[in-house]
Ligand binder design. Structure first.
Ligand SMILES: [Zn+2]
Length: 334
């Protein structure tokens, strides 16, 4: 009988059981001696059927019942192991992270989303969103300019839903905090309110106690890729993507909202970088003043930063303040 192995099931080895120095031996169904090495499921770290194994008495018994034979004899069991739900439910739970910060108002633990439970089409690198088509049109459509759009797509890990909405992933420390799912029309205007990856049917079920969201700055995963670049923080993900296309010497991040991600937890990774904040225009410069206050409170020490005032005071009309224009509205890219 040939020794059989595959990726998921294999014979137990010394060390598979962390509580035992030797591998376990079980009663052989053929010779009755305690000489059977059993097959384990490497994903769930559990044994297959007690019949599944190889007798170590190779000369006298040589019993060997492989997982393949077992599943041929018990096709209903095969279905059970095909079901990845349980496996990934464990994985999802193991993606919970203790938060080591000390700021008040946060839970001590938050959830991250393992890549494996996200539908493939939703993952980054998918250029089939209306938003991305619009973005690409800004950078023109010839091949060389297209590479600008592709750089933005890859850098910012943009995804797309089958109905053409864009996914703005929030990734920090190589873990997916969530993604904001937004619907844009072909001229780059937002439609409907955003939804969230962690609320998607098929994903939210992994968090029966409710998903514990901890947002991070959009684009923050690029800090390590571009250690030399000056950092600019804007409000909208869209603005960060557009600016990244036209001003690639700066690393553009987005808070994802006027009052989001300006807490000590989200700003902590910026420590030691040169940072400029670009708040949107607002009546009476309220947002500008609010960002000044929040950054003064929450920016990490020994970090040089400023809050840009280009969209404040008499530099912007009252109408534009009412509209809440941002950098994209004032740069000349046509
Ligand atoms: Zn035996």
């Amino acid at each position: 009988m040939k020794y059989q192995t595959n990726h998921r099931f294999r014979l137990e080895r010394k060390g598979d059981d962390p509580h035992s120095l030797t591998k376990q031996k079980y009663t052989c169904p053929a010779c009755g001696k305690k000489s059977l090495t059993r097959y384990i499921d490497t994903k769930t770290k559990t044994y297959l059927s007690e019949k599944c194994g190889r007798c170590d008495r190779l000369n006298n018994c040589a019993y060997h019942y492989t997982p393949r034979e077992y599943f041929q004899d018990h096709p209903e069991e095969k279905e059970k192991y095909k079901n990845k739900e349980d496996v990934w439910r464990d994985k999802a739970v193991s993606h919970r992270w203790d938060w080591l910060g000390d700021e008040k108002g946060f839970d001590a633990v938050f959830d991250c989303i393992p890549k494996e439970i996200i539908p493939k089409a939703y993952l980054w690198g998918n250029s089939d969103s209306v938003f991305f088509l619009w973005l690409r049109s800004l950078f023109n459509t010839n091949a060389i300019e297209d590479s600008v759009a592709m750089r933005v797509l890859r850098d910012y890990a943009l995804g797309a839903t089958p109905d053409g909405r864009v996914l703005f992933y929030q990734i920090q420390d190589r873990r997916i905090r969530t993604a904001k799912i937004m619907d844009y029309d072909p001229s780059g205007h937002r439609r409907k309110v955003p939804s969230w990856l962690h609320n998607l049917p098929g994903i939210k079920e992994y968090y029966p106690g409710g998903f514990r969201l901890r947002q991070c700055l959009f684009g923050i995963h690029l800090l390590f890729k571009y250690p030399e670049k000056m950092v600019a923080v804007v409000e909208a993900e869209k603005t960060a993507c557009v600016m990244a296309g036209f001003y690639p010497d700066t690393l553009w991040l987005a808070t994802g909202g006027a009052t989001v991600n300006l807490n000590a937890d989200s700003l902590a990774p910026l420590k030691g970088r040169r940072v400029v904040f670009y708040p949107d225009a607002s009546p009476e410069d309220k947002i500008y003043k609010d960002w000044q206050r929040r950054t003064a409170l929450n920016m990490p020490t020994s970090t040089s930063y400023q809050v840009d005032d280009s969209l404040t005071g008499s530099k912007v009309s009252e109408t534009d303040k009412e509209k809440g224009i941002d950098l994209v509205d004032i740069i000349n890219y046509r």
